[in-house]
Design a protein around this ligand. Structure first.
Ligand SMILES: Cc1cc2nc3c(=O)[nH]c(=O)nc-3n(C[C@H](O)[C@H](O)[C@H](O)COP(=O)(O)OP(=O)(O)OC[C@H]3O[C@@H](n4cnc5c(N)ncnc54)[C@H](O)[C@@H]3O)c2cc1C
Ligand SMILES: NC(=O)c1ccc[n+]([C@@H]2O[C@H](COP(=O)([O-])OP(=O)(O)OC[C@H]3O[C@@H](n4cnc5c(N)ncnc54)[C@H](OP(=O)(O)O)[C@@H]3O)[C@@H](O)[C@H]2O)c1
Length: 285
C-alpha cells in the first residue's frame, strides 16, 4: 500500500486471503439496526487494543460454511468496512448494504446478536483529517453506505476544532436510505459539540439528496450535476473555494471519479503522502 489516496482499496481489502490467527481477533455482534431490507448497521465488541483514526476502515472476516475438507479455498471471506463509531466508543459500529448474491453481505445479513466475526487487528485507510493542512470548511460528500466514515469523523472533536464548518452531503436513491440522519442532526444536542452548535448553528450543514423520488427538503440530482450548476453550494449556503475548502469523497467509484474530475478542473488536487492538498477519496468497489 503506498501513500497515494487512490490506492486500490477494494482489491487490497479482498486480498486478505487466509490471515494467520495472530493478525485478527474474534468479536461478537451486540446490536443490529435494520434501516431497509438491504441496509443495516451493527455493532461489535471492541478489543481493548484496537486503534483506528476516524475515517479509517476495518477488515472483517466471516466463516465460509461452504468450504469443507482439504484446501478447497479460503475458509474466511474478508471485506473492508468503514468504522462509523467514534474512536472513544467501547464498541465498533458498521453500516452495510446487502448485495444480492454478494459473497460477504448475504452471509453478514444472516448473523444475529451474539454471533461472531473476525476483525483484523490493523485499521487502514487515508480518508482521515491528517491528510489535509489548513482550510476552514470540511465538505464530506458521500453516496449510499459511503456516509459511514463521515459519521465517525463528525463524532471526532478534532474535526470541530480544526474546521469552522462541516458540510455533510449524502446522496441516496430513496429517502428510506438516508441512514444516520438522526445522528447527524442530533449532533446539535450532543453533550460535547451541542453547545458550540447552539451558539453557531451554521457550523453544521446537512444536505440530503434523494435521486429517485422527490422529497421535500432534499435535493434531487446527482452530486456532480449539483456542483456543476452551483446548487449544492446554494443549498449548503457555503461557497466552495480551494483556499478554504477541504473535500472528502466516499462511496460509488463512478461518483468519486465524477466529483474528482469536476473539482480538479476547479483547482483541487488529491492529497498524497507528504503533499497535503484539498481532496481525499475512497472507492467502495
Ligand atoms: C475501503 C472500503 C471501505 C468499505 N466500507 C464499506 C462500508 O462501510 N459499508 C459497506 O456496505 N460496504 C463497504 N465497502 C464495500 C465492502 O467491502 C463489500 O464490497 C460489500 O460488503 C459487499 O460485499 P459482497 O461480498 O457481498 O459483494 P462484493 O463481491 O464485494 O461486491 C459486489 C458488487 O456489489 C456492489 N457493492 C459492493 N459494496 C457496495 C456498497 N457498499 N454499496 C453499494 N454497492 C456495493 C458493487 O457493484 C460490487 O461490484 C467498503 C469497501 C472498501 C474498499
Ligand atoms: N438502492 C436500492 O433501492 C437497492 C435495492 C437493492 C439492491 N440494491 C443494489 O445495491 C447497489 C447500489 O446501491 P446504492 O443505492 O447504495 O448505491 P448507488 O447506486 O451508488 O446509489 C447511491 C447514490 O449515488 C448516486 N450515484 C450513482 N452513480 C453516481 C455517479 N456516477 N455520480 C454521482 N452520483 C451517483 C445515485 O444516484 P442515481 O439514483 O441517479 O443512480 C444515488 O443517489 C446496486 O448494485 C443495487 O442493485 C440497491
Amino acid at each position: 500500500m503506498d501513500g497515494n489516496l487512490s490506492f486500490d482499496a477494494p482489491a487490497a481489502a479482498k486480498a486478505a486471503g487466509e490471515l494467520p490467527a495472530h493478525k485478527y481477533t474474534r468479536e461478537r455482534i451486540t446490536w443490529i439496526r435494520r434501516w431497509t431490507d438491504h441496509l443495516f448497521s451493527f455493532r461489535l465488541t471492541r478489543d481493548r487494543g484496537y486503534r483506528f483514526v476516524p475515517g479509517q476502515f476495518a477488515r472483517l472476516g466471516l466463516y465460509r460454511d461452504d468450504v469443507h475438507g482439504e484446501r478447497r479455498g479460503p475458509r474466511y471471506v474478508w471485506r473492508a468496512y468503514s468504522i462509523a463509531s467514534a474512536d472513544y466508543d467501547e464498541h465498533l459500529e458498521f453500516y452495510s448494504i446487502v448485495v444480492p448474491e454478494g459473497d460477504f453481505t448475504t452471509r453478514l445479513a444472516q448473523l444475529r446478536i451474539g454471533d461472531q466475526l473476525l476483525i483484523e487487528k490493523q485499521a487502514y485507510g487515508f480518508l482521515t483529517l491528517d491528510r489535509f493542512e489548513g482550510g476552514r470548511d470540511l465538505w464530506l460528500l458521500s453516496s449510499g453506505t459511503g456516509i459511514a466514515p463521515f459519521v465517525s469523523i463528525l463524532l471526532d472533536l478534532k474535526a470541530w476544532e480544526r474546521y469552522e464548518r462541516l458540510i455533510v452531503v449524502h446522496s441516496v436513491r430513496h429517502a428510506s436510505e438516508l441512514a444516520y440522519r438522526d445522528t447527524i442532526e442530533g449532533l446539535r444536542a450532543h453533550e460535547v459539540f451541542g453547545e458550540a452548535l447552539a451558539d453557531n448553528p451554521a457550523r453544521l450543514v446537512y444536505v440530503p439528496i434523494v435521486t429517485r423520488e422527490r422529497i421535500d427538503g432534499c435535493l434531487h440530482a446527482r452530486i456532480p450535476a449539483l456542483l456543476g450548476n452551483s446548487s449544492l453550494e446554494a443549498a449548503a449556503g457555503v461557497t466552495l473555494d480551494p483556499q478554504r475548502s477541504r473535500v472528502m469523497i466516499c462511496g460509488n467509484p463512478d461518483m468519486v471519479d465524477d466529483i474528482r474530475r469536476h473539482l480538479s478542473n476547479a483547482g483541487y488536487a488529491v492529497s498524497r503522502r507528504g503533499q497535503p492538498a484539498q481532496m481525499a477519496v475512497e472507492n467502495y468497489w
